[in-house]
Design a protein around this ligand. Sequence first.
Ligand SMILES: [Zn+2]
Ligand SMILES: [Zn+2]
Length: 368
Amino acid sequence: MEAAEAVVKDANSFGCTSCGAELKYSPGSTQLKCEYCGAVNDIPVLPADIEELDFNAYLEDSSKQEEQIQIHAVKCDACGATSSIDPKIESSFCPYCSTPLIQSNAHEEKMIRPKSLLPFKLDQGQAKNKFRSWVNKLWFAPGDLMKAVLNFDHFKGVYLPYWTYDSATRTDYIGQRGEHYYVNESYTATENGKPVMKTRSVRRTRWHNVSGLVNHNFDDVLVCSSTSVPGEYVHKLEPWDLKNLVSFDDKYLSGFITEKYSIDLKEGFVRAKSIMDDEIRVLIHRDIGGDEQRVMSMNTSHSNITFKHILLPAYISAYRFKGKLYRFLVNARTGEVQGERPWSVGKIVLAVLGGIAALMLIYFLMSN
Ligand SMILES: [Zn+2]
Ligand SMILES: [Zn+2]
């Protein structure tokens, strides 16, 4: 539906239902007097969310009842990541921050047994090639950093921990639908030094208070439960081909590092809810229709909540260079590369100068 793509209005403003003026309102207030036409606008308020406690208790209970597995793990003192290590290897580095890990700190660590995982599809050689071409193509990086990064000392296959949530949501909302109309307005223009009266068509918006209900079943809302890798890069590794998830089996883990979740089931659901809220907001706009929509308040209840702990495969490389940490991730299913991109001032200046020279050349050729 076309209308859903229409203008999204700031929910802290309210369109006067009498004259259409933009009025500021503070959430929670129930009445607002229009400072332009004097009309008193009633602002309906939804009751506060009371479902919250129920599903928190449910998630708390569930996480205790889930089957556990043990991994031989060590916690990194520098970044706090808890990841599995191979007891046979004498020394290793934290895959997230490249700090040396202390073997004597290793212990058996319990975690919720993953339901399923995506196996590694790219082997290390293929992932290195993806990474190499990304580095060569996209970077304005200092040359010696590129050399360091491409020696692949700290390039590891890691299973990143995720939660996925399903939920049937029901959202009551209160908002406004704006409909455009046009009025003729007269104005004075100057023509040949003389003032003349003219008219023009001006767009106005008529606001209606609306309320409604949207239902949506969410399936596999994905939340990364690692805090060791920057959220924005993890997010950009998506999409994952979740339809190819296979049942968890120890045998998939050998040769790779497994990170234990550091965001628990409850905290993960808080994040999942905010992802769901964004989608619900779009559904509400569609439901309101008209030319513009405002959502003043929404109240969502969740039912049939289910969750899964899953592992998704990535290659990670972390480098310390001149005191700064650079981290890169390769999606081991799709080959998507994401990471922190350092800039070399010298190379940027050269590129800019090159661009200016090219423009001058074009200008020169066209003006002759
Ligand atoms: Zn008004
Ligand atoms: Zn670390």
